[in-house]
Design a protein around this ligand. Structure first.
Ligand code: NAP
Length: 389
């Protein structure tokens, strides 16, 4: 009986978790996906959603609100000559000791033109003024490249700058969005992520990505991270389960496609599926390789084409594989396949877009202009979907 007046203790959670009320999700398992000898550090995380009432569909993202590491906080306080105990006001109107505000409320790494400009209201530095001159755009870009807030404090010190004034020029710590790598149907109460850990050395210092190194170094299995769900209506499996799908996801771009394939298996969708994946070396960087090979053997993935860029003298990328198989790509697309791409926006996604145009020219016998229009139409028809960053 479905009686609306009957209260089901398991139906609605007492608390709603969202971006204003973050859920503390426990890290259940962390696995390094790369093998020994790799130059990469890509992690697979399994996090717990039990008791949260949070749900997601393949294509959605999980937002993590990170904290800054103690080392970065200390370094920034020292460079500014601040008192870590000084109380500062944060956006919510509450006051916190500076050390705490730097740890959990403010973005203290990324350096931008806006921050430099606001900082110069206090510094009144001629050197900064020169950098900010529109005529010196290239010099400014050069200065900002690989530098962080701590470098600005070191390069242009302001004796006596108050912590409150300094906090006033900083942004709130933004959440980081990660494309979900699991299907909730395959892993009830769990959400999986695929995260590339960012570490590099520039201008004499070791640097690290705030959130990626939180997930790698500063949270142990069994500990929690504050999260919320971020839907993405535009990056979804086709409603019509008969439609074939083509998925292009090099590097961490693979994440949503693991979710897609798991969801198709869980819901019994059997239309054709074709995955393009690429990374540096097959031996060490074939992310989720065992799963893909098993799905292929079991007929749960129709086809995979791999592009390991550094296994030979010349680079081979996913778009090169698309072009090698242009005739079949054209047949799939002509049969109504939905085309997905996920990963690097700055170069990869542009090259993949170009490859689609070339395929339409070569295999569809179209002029460049018509091929571009055809790709545009694919997009309007929601058969060309992107999750690029
Ligand atoms: P990735 O660096 O995107 O690399 C994955 C594969 O794509 C590699 O084999 C790489 O080859 C290849 N690749 C490079 N340029 C390409 C192009 N124009 N077209 C197609 N493939 C291309 O892998 P990831 O592990 O996802 O990311 C690693 C790091 O890059 C992380 O630190 C991540 O945060 C950062 N990243 C930044 C952005 C961004 O800010 N826009 C986007 C994506 C990734 P080679 O390396 O051998 O050239």
């Amino acid at each position: 009986m479905n009686d609306e007046n009957t209260l089901n203790p398991n139906s609605a959670p007492a608390v709603v978790y969202d971006k204003n009320n973050l859920f503390p999700s426990t890290l259940k398992r962390r696995v390094l996906l790369n093998k020994e000898g790799t130059d990469k550090e890509t992690l697979h995380l399994e996090m717990c959603l039990a008791g949260s009432g949070l749900e997601y569909c393949p294509g959605d993202s999980l937002a993590i609100v990170p904290t800054n590491s103690a080392e970065v906080v200390e370094r920034t306080i020292e460079a500014g000559g601040f008192d870590p105990g000084e109380k500062v006001e944060i956006k919510s109107g509450a006051t916190k000791p500076l050390g705490e505000a730097f740890t959990s409320a403010l973005a203290i790494t990324g350096l931008t033109k806006i921050i430099l400009k606001k900082y110069n209201d206090f510094a009144q530095s001629e050197k900064i003024e020169t950098l900010l001159d529109p005529e010196n755009r290239a010099t400014l870009e050069d200065y900002l490249w690989g530098r962080e807030v701590v470098d600005m404090l070191t390069d242009f010190p302001i004796p006596g700058l108050s912590a409150s004034d300094f906090c006033g020029i900083l942004r709130q710590q933004p959440p980081r969005l990660y494309s979900i790598a699991s299907s909730l149907k395959a892993h009830p109460d769990e959400v999986h992520l695929t995260i590339a850990i960012v570490r590099y050395h520039s201008h004499g210092r070791d640097r690290e990505g705030v959130c990626s190194t939180l997930t790698a170094d500063r949270v142990n299995e069994g500990e929690t991270m504050p999260v919320y769900m971020h839907g993405n209506k535009r990056f979804k499996l086709p409603e019509d389960g008969e439609k074939p799908i083509i998925m292009v996801g090099p590097g961490t771009g693979i994440a949503p496609f693991r979710a897609f394939v798991e969801e198709r298996i869980a819901t019994g969708v059997t239309s054709k599926s074709w995955l393009f994946f690429g990374d540096q070396h097959r031996e060490t960087d074939y992310l989720y390789g065992d799963e893909w090979e098993r799905y292929l053997d079991e007929g749960k993935l129709s086809r995979i084409d791999l592009a390991f860029s550094r296994d030979q003298d010349h680079k081979i990328y996913v778009q090169h594989r698309m072009l090698e198989h242009a005739a079949e790509m054209w047949t799939w697309l002509s049969d109504g396949a939905v085309f997905y791409v996920c990963g690097d926006a700055s170069r990869m996604a542009k090259d993949v877009h170009e490859a689609l145009i070339t395929i339409a020219e070569k295999e569809g016998g179209k002029s460049r202009e018509d091929a571009e229009a055809w790709v545009k139409q694919l997009n309007s028809d929601k058969r060309y979907r992107k999750d690029v960053y």
